[in-house]
Design a protein around this ligand. Structure first.
Ligand code: DQA
Length: 177
């Protein structure tokens, strides 16, 4: 497997920021990402999607995160899955694939569920064709990680941990005032 797993940050514990409760994460992969490992390996690498998902679940367990994964080639199915996550998932990690550049429906679904979102790409889209430079979700994402191959996802999962920890601290502080 190509993907490297760095030592995750220690799991913080205690009721102060709700860190004892596992973080529910949804990872969504868009069209053609089911073919990772076979599809344009010079661009996307040799790691298969099943390996990425397995690695994320393993890394998630080390960081007290419950990682659900989903892939679809269909825009509507992706919208449905994001909607289903409402109220059940704390943070979304999404690689919308080619829909990154076109989909208002995925953007609207993310806005509708009002969930912090990390946009992920295996390739650095800015080193590629100009049509890939546009993203319909860049301005609503918490952040974007791209260009690290399969490792983009594990970096995103680590960032997700930090984002949710900070949100939980903010919520518990607000509750005390
Ligand atoms: C991609 C980049 C997109 O432009 C492309 O359509 C993909 C994969 C990436 O992960 O680098 O399918 O999202």
């Amino acid at each position: 497997m190509v993907m490297r797993t760095k030592a995750p940050p220690p799991v913080r514990s205690g009721a102060r920021n709700g860190a004892g409760r596992p973080i529910a994460v949804l990872v969504v992969h868009g069209p053609n990402l089911n073919l990772l490992g076979e599809r344009e390996p010079e661009v996307y690498g040799h790691t298969r999607l099943a390996d990425i998902d397995r690695e994320l679940q393993q890394l998630g367990r080390q960081m007290n995160m419950e990682v659900a994964t989903f892939q679809s080639n269909s825009e509507g199915a992706i919208v449905d899955r994001i909607q289903q996550a409402r109220g059940k998932t704390e943070i979304l990690i999404i690689n919308p694939g080619a829909y990154t550049h076109t989909s208002v429906a995925i953007r609207d679904a993310i806005l509708a569920v009002a969930m912090p979102t990390i946009e992920v790409h295996l390739s650095n889209v800015y080193k590629r064709e100009p049509f890939r430079h546009r993203s319909t979700i860049a301005d609503i994402a918490h952040g974007r990680i791209m260009g690290f191959g399969a490792e983009s996802y594990s970096l995103a999962l680590q960032a997700a941990r930090t984002i949710v920890d900070a949100a939980r601290v903010a919520t518990s502080s607000a509750g005390r005032t």
